[in-house]
Design a protein around this ligand. Structure first.
Ligand code: CA
Length: 414
Protein backbone atom coordinates (compact mmCIF):
# COMPACT_ATOMS: atom_id res chain seq x y z
CA UNK A 1 0.00 0.00 0.00
CA UNK A 2 2.76 2.40 0.93
CA UNK A 3 4.62 1.71 -2.31
CA UNK A 4 1.45 2.29 -4.20
CA UNK A 5 0.91 5.57 -2.36
CA UNK A 6 4.39 6.74 -3.26
CA UNK A 7 3.88 5.66 -6.84
CA UNK A 8 0.60 7.51 -7.08
CA UNK A 9 2.13 10.53 -5.43
CA UNK A 10 4.79 10.58 -8.15
CA UNK A 11 2.05 10.32 -10.76
CA UNK A 12 0.27 13.25 -9.17
CA UNK A 13 3.47 15.30 -9.23
CA UNK A 14 3.89 14.35 -12.88
CA UNK A 15 0.39 15.63 -13.58
CA UNK A 16 -1.12 12.17 -13.95
CA UNK A 17 -3.90 13.03 -11.52
CA UNK A 18 -6.37 10.11 -11.19
CA UNK A 19 -5.64 8.97 -14.74
CA UNK A 20 -4.26 5.55 -13.91
CA UNK A 21 -6.11 4.89 -10.67
CA UNK A 22 -9.77 5.51 -11.37
CA UNK A 23 -10.27 2.77 -13.94
CA UNK A 24 -8.56 0.27 -11.64
CA UNK A 25 -10.88 1.00 -8.73
CA UNK A 26 -12.08 -2.31 -7.40
CA UNK A 27 -14.27 -3.05 -4.40
CA UNK A 28 -12.23 -6.08 -3.36
CA UNK A 29 -8.85 -4.42 -3.56
CA UNK A 30 -7.26 -2.62 -0.64
CA UNK A 31 -6.22 0.45 -2.51
CA UNK A 32 -6.01 4.14 -1.98
CA UNK A 33 -9.35 5.87 -1.89
CA UNK A 34 -10.39 8.90 -3.84
CA UNK A 35 -10.42 10.78 -0.53
CA UNK A 36 -6.72 10.05 -0.02
CA UNK A 37 -6.02 11.06 -3.58
CA UNK A 38 -7.86 14.30 -3.01
CA UNK A 39 -5.67 14.86 0.01
CA UNK A 40 -2.57 14.22 -2.07
CA UNK A 41 -3.90 16.64 -4.65
CA UNK A 42 -4.34 19.23 -1.90
CA UNK A 43 -0.80 18.42 -0.79
CA UNK A 44 0.46 19.05 -4.32
CA UNK A 45 -1.43 22.36 -4.44
CA UNK A 46 0.17 23.34 -1.13
CA UNK A 47 3.62 22.53 -2.45
CA UNK A 48 3.18 24.54 -5.65
CA UNK A 49 0.73 27.24 -4.65
CA UNK A 50 1.45 27.94 -0.98
CA UNK A 51 0.26 29.75 1.00
CA UNK A 52 -3.32 28.44 0.81
CA UNK A 53 -5.67 28.07 3.78
CA UNK A 54 -4.98 24.62 5.18
CA UNK A 55 -8.17 22.60 5.57
CA UNK A 56 -8.48 20.66 8.78
CA UNK A 57 -7.84 17.02 8.03
CA UNK A 58 -8.62 14.18 10.40
CA UNK A 59 -5.93 11.56 10.97
CA UNK A 60 -6.36 8.34 9.01
CA UNK A 61 -5.94 4.85 10.44
CA UNK A 62 -2.58 3.39 9.37
CA UNK A 63 -4.38 0.05 8.86
CA UNK A 64 -2.05 -2.00 11.08
CA UNK A 65 -1.85 -5.74 10.37
CA UNK A 66 -3.62 -7.90 12.99
CA UNK A 67 -1.32 -9.00 15.82
CA UNK A 68 -1.14 -12.71 16.68
CA UNK A 69 -0.17 -14.25 20.00
CA UNK A 70 -1.50 -11.48 22.27
CA UNK A 71 -5.01 -12.82 22.86
CA UNK A 72 -6.57 -16.26 22.91
CA UNK A 73 -10.16 -16.89 21.78
CA UNK A 74 -12.41 -19.67 23.03
CA UNK A 75 -16.05 -20.50 22.34
CA UNK A 76 -18.21 -19.58 25.34
CA UNK A 77 -21.64 -20.25 23.80
CA UNK A 78 -22.79 -21.45 20.39
CA UNK A 79 -25.94 -22.07 18.38
CA UNK A 80 -27.01 -18.44 18.06
CA UNK A 81 -28.52 -17.24 14.79
CA UNK A 82 -27.05 -13.88 13.77
CA UNK A 83 -26.43 -12.61 17.32
CA UNK A 84 -26.30 -8.79 17.33
CA UNK A 85 -25.67 -7.72 20.91
CA UNK A 86 -24.88 -9.02 24.36
CA UNK A 87 -25.09 -7.52 27.83
CA UNK A 88 -24.05 -8.94 31.21
CA UNK A 89 -26.72 -9.23 33.88
CA UNK A 90 -25.64 -8.44 37.48
CA UNK A 91 -25.66 -12.20 38.30
CA UNK A 92 -23.07 -12.91 35.58
CA UNK A 93 -25.49 -14.38 33.05
CA UNK A 94 -25.67 -12.83 29.59
CA UNK A 95 -28.66 -11.47 27.72
CA UNK A 96 -28.19 -11.81 23.96
CA UNK A 97 -30.22 -10.73 20.93
CA UNK A 98 -30.52 -12.62 17.64
CA UNK A 99 -31.32 -10.46 14.62
CA UNK A 100 -34.27 -12.58 13.38
CA UNK A 101 -36.16 -11.40 16.49
CA UNK A 102 -35.21 -13.56 19.46
CA UNK A 103 -33.64 -12.80 22.80
CA UNK A 104 -32.11 -15.40 25.11
CA UNK A 105 -30.34 -15.70 28.43
CA UNK A 106 -26.98 -17.47 28.43
CA UNK A 107 -26.07 -19.02 31.77
CA UNK A 108 -22.61 -18.91 33.33
CA UNK A 109 -21.71 -22.21 31.66
CA UNK A 110 -22.65 -20.94 28.20
CA UNK A 111 -26.02 -22.75 27.93
CA UNK A 112 -28.76 -20.95 25.99
CA UNK A 113 -32.28 -20.46 27.33
CA UNK A 114 -35.37 -20.79 25.16
CA UNK A 115 -36.20 -17.51 23.38
CA UNK A 116 -37.86 -15.02 25.74
CA UNK A 117 -41.53 -14.24 25.15
CA UNK A 118 -42.74 -10.68 24.77
CA UNK A 119 -40.24 -9.38 22.19
CA UNK A 120 -42.03 -7.02 19.76
CA UNK A 121 -42.42 -7.97 16.10
CA UNK A 122 -39.40 -6.85 14.09
CA UNK A 123 -38.62 -6.39 10.41
CA UNK A 124 -35.96 -9.09 9.97
CA UNK A 125 -34.65 -8.18 6.54
CA UNK A 126 -31.23 -7.07 5.23
CA UNK A 127 -29.65 -5.22 8.18
CA UNK A 128 -32.94 -5.01 10.08
CA UNK A 129 -34.24 -7.12 12.94
CA UNK A 130 -33.81 -7.26 16.70
CA UNK A 131 -30.63 -5.28 17.29
CA UNK A 132 -29.21 -3.82 20.53
CA UNK A 133 -30.04 -4.52 24.16
CA UNK A 134 -29.24 -2.37 27.20
CA UNK A 135 -30.00 -2.64 30.91
CA UNK A 136 -31.53 0.17 32.90
CA UNK A 137 -28.86 1.84 35.12
CA UNK A 138 -31.14 0.79 38.02
CA UNK A 139 -31.71 -2.72 36.65
CA UNK A 140 -31.00 -4.34 40.03
CA UNK A 141 -34.11 -2.58 41.39
CA UNK A 142 -36.44 -2.36 38.37
CA UNK A 143 -35.26 -5.20 36.05
CA UNK A 144 -35.93 -3.00 32.99
CA UNK A 145 -34.37 -4.07 29.69
CA UNK A 146 -34.27 -1.82 26.60
CA UNK A 147 -34.16 -3.16 23.06
CA UNK A 148 -33.63 -1.41 19.73
CA UNK A 149 -35.00 -2.93 16.55
CA UNK A 150 -36.25 -2.35 13.03
CA UNK A 151 -39.97 -1.80 13.48
CA UNK A 152 -42.20 -2.59 10.50
CA UNK A 153 -44.59 0.17 9.35
CA UNK A 154 -47.24 0.66 6.67
CA UNK A 155 -46.51 -0.92 3.29
CA UNK A 156 -42.85 -1.87 3.04
CA UNK A 157 -41.65 0.77 5.44
CA UNK A 158 -39.68 0.43 8.66
CA UNK A 159 -37.83 2.54 11.17
CA UNK A 160 -35.61 2.20 14.22
CA UNK A 161 -37.62 1.79 17.42
CA UNK A 162 -36.87 1.30 21.11
CA UNK A 163 -38.99 -0.69 23.57
CA UNK A 164 -38.50 -1.55 27.20
CA UNK A 165 -39.89 -4.28 29.39
CA UNK A 166 -39.32 -5.95 32.73
CA UNK A 167 -37.22 -9.09 32.62
CA UNK A 168 -39.35 -11.81 34.17
CA UNK A 169 -39.11 -15.59 34.14
CA UNK A 170 -38.69 -16.54 30.47
CA UNK A 171 -40.23 -13.34 29.20
CA UNK A 172 -40.22 -9.59 28.88
CA UNK A 173 -43.22 -8.20 30.75
CA UNK A 174 -45.20 -4.98 30.33
CA UNK A 175 -43.39 -4.14 27.11
CA UNK A 176 -43.79 -0.49 26.03
CA UNK A 177 -42.52 1.12 22.83
CA UNK A 178 -40.78 4.27 24.05
CA UNK A 179 -39.35 5.63 20.78
CA UNK A 180 -40.13 5.40 17.06
CA UNK A 181 -37.88 7.02 14.48
CA UNK A 182 -39.82 9.36 12.17
CA UNK A 183 -40.44 8.99 9.32
CA UNK A 184 -40.59 5.29 8.51
CA UNK A 185 -39.24 4.69 5.01
CA UNK A 186 -38.73 1.76 2.65
CA UNK A 187 -35.57 -0.34 2.62
CA UNK A 188 -33.78 -2.65 5.01
CA UNK A 189 -30.52 -0.84 5.68
CA UNK A 190 -28.91 1.63 8.10
CA UNK A 191 -30.93 1.28 11.29
CA UNK A 192 -28.11 2.35 13.63
CA UNK A 193 -29.64 1.15 16.93
CA UNK A 194 -26.90 1.18 19.55
CA UNK A 195 -28.30 2.04 23.01
CA UNK A 196 -26.18 3.64 25.75
CA UNK A 197 -27.11 5.31 29.02
CA UNK A 198 -25.39 8.54 30.02
CA UNK A 199 -24.32 9.30 33.60
CA UNK A 200 -27.33 11.58 33.99
CA UNK A 201 -29.67 8.65 33.28
CA UNK A 202 -30.70 9.72 29.78
CA UNK A 203 -30.65 7.18 26.95
CA UNK A 204 -28.77 7.79 23.72
CA UNK A 205 -30.02 5.97 20.63
CA UNK A 206 -27.78 5.95 17.56
CA UNK A 207 -29.52 5.85 14.21
CA UNK A 208 -28.78 5.63 10.52
CA UNK A 209 -29.80 7.54 7.41
CA UNK A 210 -31.74 4.47 6.15
CA UNK A 211 -29.31 4.27 3.19
CA UNK A 212 -31.35 5.75 0.33
CA UNK A 213 -32.26 8.92 2.27
CA UNK A 214 -28.84 10.34 3.07
CA UNK A 215 -29.80 14.00 2.46
CA UNK A 216 -32.17 13.83 5.43
CA UNK A 217 -29.21 13.42 7.81
CA UNK A 218 -28.93 17.24 7.47
CA UNK A 219 -32.68 17.84 7.95
CA UNK A 220 -33.53 18.58 11.58
CA UNK A 221 -37.24 17.85 10.97
CA UNK A 222 -36.36 14.21 10.16
CA UNK A 223 -35.22 11.48 12.52
CA UNK A 224 -32.93 9.96 9.90
CA UNK A 225 -29.14 10.17 10.38
CA UNK A 226 -29.38 11.45 13.97
CA UNK A 227 -28.25 10.45 17.42
CA UNK A 228 -31.09 11.08 19.83
CA UNK A 229 -31.31 11.59 23.59
CA UNK A 230 -34.42 10.59 25.50
CA UNK A 231 -35.47 9.87 29.06
CA UNK A 232 -35.89 6.18 29.96
CA UNK A 233 -39.70 6.51 29.57
CA UNK A 234 -39.29 7.97 26.05
CA UNK A 235 -40.02 11.58 27.01
CA UNK A 236 -37.65 14.28 25.77
CA UNK A 237 -35.24 16.01 28.20
CA UNK A 238 -35.96 19.74 28.36
CA UNK A 239 -32.27 20.60 28.01
CA UNK A 240 -31.85 18.84 24.63
CA UNK A 241 -30.09 21.11 22.10
CA UNK A 242 -33.07 21.50 19.75
CA UNK A 243 -35.89 21.33 22.32
CA UNK A 244 -38.27 24.19 21.62
CA UNK A 245 -36.78 25.06 18.22
CA UNK A 246 -39.50 25.17 15.56
CA UNK A 247 -39.00 22.76 12.66
CA UNK A 248 -36.55 20.58 14.60
CA UNK A 249 -37.22 17.26 16.32
CA UNK A 250 -36.62 17.83 20.04
CA UNK A 251 -35.07 14.40 20.67
CA UNK A 252 -32.07 15.13 18.39
CA UNK A 253 -28.68 15.23 20.12
CA UNK A 254 -26.41 15.44 17.04
CA UNK A 255 -26.87 15.15 13.29
CA UNK A 256 -25.18 14.55 9.96
CA UNK A 257 -24.52 10.87 10.71
CA UNK A 258 -24.56 7.99 8.21
CA UNK A 259 -25.01 4.80 10.25
CA UNK A 260 -23.80 4.91 13.85
CA UNK A 261 -23.52 1.41 15.29
CA UNK A 262 -20.85 1.79 18.00
CA UNK A 263 -21.33 3.93 21.09
CA UNK A 264 -19.88 4.12 24.58
CA UNK A 265 -19.41 6.72 27.29
CA UNK A 266 -15.87 7.56 28.33
CA UNK A 267 -15.49 6.27 31.91
CA UNK A 268 -13.60 9.39 33.10
CA UNK A 269 -14.95 12.30 31.08
CA UNK A 270 -18.52 11.01 30.68
CA UNK A 271 -18.29 12.04 27.02
CA UNK A 272 -20.14 10.09 24.32
CA UNK A 273 -17.90 8.36 21.76
CA UNK A 274 -19.20 6.68 18.62
CA UNK A 275 -18.04 4.96 15.46
CA UNK A 276 -20.14 5.18 12.32
CA UNK A 277 -20.12 3.27 9.08
CA UNK A 278 -19.03 5.46 6.22
CA UNK A 279 -19.35 4.54 2.59
CA UNK A 280 -16.19 3.11 1.04
CA UNK A 281 -13.25 4.52 3.02
CA UNK A 282 -15.27 6.71 5.38
CA UNK A 283 -15.72 5.00 8.76
CA UNK A 284 -15.41 7.63 11.49
CA UNK A 285 -14.61 7.89 15.20
CA UNK A 286 -16.45 10.85 16.72
CA UNK A 287 -17.35 12.20 20.13
CA UNK A 288 -20.72 13.71 19.28
CA UNK A 289 -21.60 16.83 21.25
CA UNK A 290 -24.97 18.48 21.74
CA UNK A 291 -26.38 20.16 18.64
CA UNK A 292 -23.33 19.63 16.42
CA UNK A 293 -23.32 18.61 12.77
CA UNK A 294 -21.08 15.67 11.83
CA UNK A 295 -21.25 16.42 8.14
CA UNK A 296 -22.82 13.48 6.32
CA UNK A 297 -23.44 13.54 3.37
CA UNK A 298 -21.91 16.99 2.73
CA UNK A 299 -18.44 16.13 4.01
CA UNK A 300 -16.95 12.64 4.25
CA UNK A 301 -13.66 10.84 3.70
CA UNK A 302 -15.47 8.05 1.88
CA UNK A 303 -16.68 7.60 -1.67
CA UNK A 304 -19.70 5.76 -2.96
CA UNK A 305 -19.45 2.04 -3.61
CA UNK A 306 -19.42 2.93 -7.32
CA UNK A 307 -16.35 5.09 -6.69
CA UNK A 308 -18.37 8.29 -7.21
CA UNK A 309 -17.61 11.34 -5.08
CA UNK A 310 -20.04 12.15 -2.27
CA UNK A 311 -20.90 15.71 -1.24
CA UNK A 312 -18.47 18.61 -1.29
CA UNK A 313 -15.22 17.26 0.12
CA UNK A 314 -13.75 16.41 3.50
CA UNK A 315 -14.14 19.65 5.46
CA UNK A 316 -16.60 22.53 5.72
CA UNK A 317 -17.23 25.42 8.07
CA UNK A 318 -19.83 24.53 10.68
CA UNK A 319 -19.29 20.80 10.33
CA UNK A 320 -17.24 18.67 12.70
CA UNK A 321 -14.20 16.66 11.69
CA UNK A 322 -14.04 13.08 12.91
CA UNK A 323 -11.40 12.33 15.55
CA UNK A 324 -10.04 9.61 13.22
CA UNK A 325 -11.15 7.75 10.13
CA UNK A 326 -10.60 4.38 8.49
CA UNK A 327 -9.83 3.83 4.83
CA UNK A 328 -10.10 0.95 4.13
CA UNK A 329 -13.03 0.61 6.51
CA UNK A 330 -13.39 -1.68 9.53
CA UNK A 331 -17.22 -1.82 9.35
CA UNK A 332 -17.73 -1.10 13.07
CA UNK A 333 -20.12 -2.92 15.38
CA UNK A 334 -20.18 -2.63 19.18
CA UNK A 335 -17.61 -0.77 21.27
CA UNK A 336 -16.55 -0.39 24.89
CA UNK A 337 -14.03 1.48 26.96
CA UNK A 338 -12.07 -1.28 28.65
CA UNK A 339 -11.88 -0.90 32.45
CA UNK A 340 -10.96 -4.43 33.59
CA UNK A 341 -7.91 -6.00 35.22
CA UNK A 342 -7.34 -8.96 32.88
CA UNK A 343 -5.64 -6.77 30.26
CA UNK A 344 -3.84 -4.20 32.47
CA UNK A 345 -2.26 -2.39 29.51
CA UNK A 346 -5.64 -1.90 27.88
CA UNK A 347 -7.27 0.19 30.64
CA UNK A 348 -9.08 3.19 29.23
CA UNK A 349 -8.66 1.95 25.67
CA UNK A 350 -11.50 1.74 23.16
CA UNK A 351 -12.30 -1.73 21.84
CA UNK A 352 -14.39 -1.91 18.67
CA UNK A 353 -15.77 -4.93 16.84
CA UNK A 354 -15.13 -5.06 13.11
CA UNK A 355 -17.44 -6.87 10.70
CA UNK A 356 -15.11 -6.50 7.74
CA UNK A 357 -12.38 -7.71 7.75
CA UNK A 358 -13.57 -9.20 11.07
CA UNK A 359 -11.37 -8.04 13.97
CA UNK A 360 -11.16 -6.66 17.44
CA UNK A 361 -9.76 -3.13 17.07
CA UNK A 362 -8.05 -1.43 20.03
CA UNK A 363 -7.49 2.32 20.16
CA UNK A 364 -5.27 4.02 22.72
CA UNK A 365 -6.34 7.62 23.29
CA UNK A 366 -4.11 10.45 24.38
CA UNK A 367 -5.49 13.94 24.97
CA UNK A 368 -8.67 13.03 23.11
CA UNK A 369 -6.84 11.79 20.01
CA UNK A 370 -5.93 8.32 18.79
CA UNK A 371 -2.31 7.62 19.76
CA UNK A 372 -2.19 3.99 18.61
CA UNK A 373 -4.31 1.35 16.89
CA UNK A 374 -3.86 -2.40 17.21
CA UNK A 375 -5.94 -5.22 15.80
CA UNK A 376 -6.55 -8.78 17.02
CA UNK A 377 -8.58 -11.90 16.23
CA UNK A 378 -7.68 -11.77 12.54
CA UNK A 379 -7.27 -15.56 12.63
CA UNK A 380 -10.95 -16.01 13.58
CA UNK A 381 -12.03 -14.83 10.13
CA UNK A 382 -15.48 -14.07 11.51
CA UNK A 383 -17.58 -10.91 11.52
CA UNK A 384 -17.61 -9.48 15.04
CA UNK A 385 -20.95 -7.87 15.90
CA UNK A 386 -20.61 -6.77 19.51
CA UNK A 387 -18.02 -6.43 22.25
CA UNK A 388 -18.53 -6.47 26.01
CA UNK A 389 -16.36 -6.76 29.09
CA UNK A 390 -17.28 -9.59 31.45
CA UNK A 391 -17.33 -9.36 35.26
CA UNK A 392 -14.06 -11.38 35.06
CA UNK A 393 -12.44 -8.57 33.02
CA UNK A 394 -12.27 -10.85 29.99
CA UNK A 395 -13.70 -9.68 26.68
CA UNK A 396 -16.73 -11.30 25.12
CA UNK A 397 -17.67 -10.84 21.47
CA UNK A 398 -20.49 -12.22 19.33
CA UNK A 399 -19.92 -13.41 15.78
CA UNK A 400 -22.35 -12.51 13.00
CA UNK A 401 -23.13 -15.92 11.54
CA UNK A 402 -26.18 -18.09 10.95
CA UNK A 403 -24.39 -20.36 13.42
CA UNK A 404 -23.03 -17.56 15.55
CA UNK A 405 -21.33 -17.81 18.91
CA UNK A 406 -20.12 -15.90 21.91
CA UNK A 407 -16.34 -15.92 21.96
CA UNK A 408 -14.42 -15.24 25.17
CA UNK A 409 -11.11 -13.46 24.68
CA UNK A 410 -8.32 -13.73 27.25
CA UNK A 411 -4.65 -12.80 27.32
CA UNK A 412 -2.63 -15.45 25.47
CA UNK A 413 -0.50 -15.89 28.60
CA UNK A 414 -3.49 -16.96 30.75
CA1 CA B 1 -18.69 12.94 9.69
Amino acid sequence: MRTRNQETFRNLIAGGLYRHETDKYDETETIMSIATKTKLAIGVCLIFAAPLPVQAQAPQSPTPAPVDGVVRAETFAKGLERPWALEFLPDGRIIVTERPGRMRIVDRDGRLSMPLDGVPRVLARSQGGLLDVALDPRFAENRLVYIAYAEPGEGNTAGTAVARGRLGEGQLEKVQVIYQQQPKVEGGNHFGSRLVFARDGTLMVTQGDRFAYRERAQDLSSGLGKIIRINPDGSVPKNNPFAGRSGARPEIWSYGHRNVQSAAFHPQTGQLWTVEHGARGGDELNHPEAGKNYGWPVITYGVDYSGAKIGEGTAKEGMEQPVYYWDPVIAPSGMIFYTGEAFPDWKGNILIGSLTPGLLVRLTLKDGRVAREERYLGDLKERIRDVQQGPDGLIYVVTDNSNGRIVRVRPASR
